[in-house]
Design a protein around this ligand. Structure first.
Ligand SMILES: [Zn+2]
Length: 306
């Protein structure tokens, strides 16, 4: 079944035409998270209509970076993004503009569904996903199904589990000390600028400070990049062990752009092996084969299962 997958992130949108777990077409464009949802949907519609495969689609999957009521297809919590998202009737938009049914789901949850159906989680019965993008998203699969909880937030708030309480860094959610405030891409420029050596670092001249520039700096031997990367890595290790303790998965899947950094996966595996309580056996840390496509594949899997 061919569908349009919409993966709305904190800084860009990925549109994909997917058919039974195969991405046929993908288009990516930047978006500002401080514009209203109706402006986002207008841009999404215009871009989707340019895609060759749009005419044969039989559904729309929409992955949103926040807490979502899947049953009623509503956004419950916006966390300072896309201000009118909670008032937006996504299902009506899909029906009116494209004549198609819509599934709405949290983005990390969609990514995990994709990995379980077609990617790194195939064959596993339980897994936790750690998706490092603009923020840090998580999701959990247990006893063969996605956890959702009473209000749709079960397993997805791992990025907002606090990992520090002494002089904690402020988070976008209003709390402080959250994993995301130490490892989300949005936090990297602040972490870099606070380093006393920042003025002498390659990051000082970088157009963007993100995981890619950080990894390149580490490769080039930049001392600030090494320190910041070490600190971010530690934060993700602590967050990963917290997920293992909370949900007892057999597999921990890394996704998002940062999952391409091999040193990150290795560090997390070593930390989990050493510090996490895993009485049932070793928790394997793995990375999404194609992190750009995890969400689109997940949206496809939800339609395939209906
Ligand atoms: Zn937070």
């Amino acid at each position: 079944m061919k569908i349009l997958g919409i993966d709305l992130g904190g800084s860009r949108v990925k549109l994909a035409i997917v058919d039974a777990g195969r991405v046929q077409e993908m288009t990516i464009f930047p978006i500002s998270h401080d514009i209203p949802m109706r402006a986002v949907l207008e841009t999404v519609e215009a871009q989707a209509r340019r895609m060759a495969g749009i005419s044969g689609c039989r559904g729309i999957g929409f992955a949103y970076p926040g807490i979502v009521d899947m049953q009623n297809r509503r956004v419950l919590c916006i966390n300072d993004k896309y201000t009118d998202a909670a008032e937006t009737d996504f299902a009506r938009w899909a029906k009116e503009r494209f004549g198609l049914e819509l599934i709405l789901i949290n983005d990390a949850a969609a990514a995990l569904c994709g990995e379980m159906a077609y990617g790194a989680g195939r064959g596993a019965d339980s897994a936790a996903l750690l998706m490092v993008g603009t923020g840090v998203g998580t999701a959990v699969w247990s006893e063969g199904r996605l956890l959702t909880g009473k209000h749709g937030s079960m397993g997805i708030l791992g990025g907002h589990i606090a990992i520090a309480h002494e002089q904690p860094r402020r988070c976008t959610c209003g709390n402080a000390g959250c994993l995301e405030a130490y490892a989300g891409t949005w936090a990297l420029p602040g972490l870099a600028r606070e380093h006393p050596g920042f003025e002498r670092s390659v990051l000082q001249k970088a157009e963007r400070i993100d995981y890619r520039t950080l990894a390149e700096g580490v490769e080039a031997g930049d001392a600030v990049c090494k320190d910041v990367f070490h600190s971010v890595c530690r934060a993700l290790c602590v967050g990963a062990a917290n997920l293992v303790h909370a949900y007892d998965p057999e597999l921990l899947i890394l996704s998002g752009g940062a999952s391409r950094i091999g040193a990150l996966r290795t560090a997390i595996q070593e930390h989990v092996d050493r510090y996490a309580w895993t009485p049932g056996g070793r928790v394997r840390v793995t990375a999404a084969e194609n992190p750009e496509a995890s969400v689109a594949l997940g949206l496809s899997s939800l339609f395939e299962k209906r």
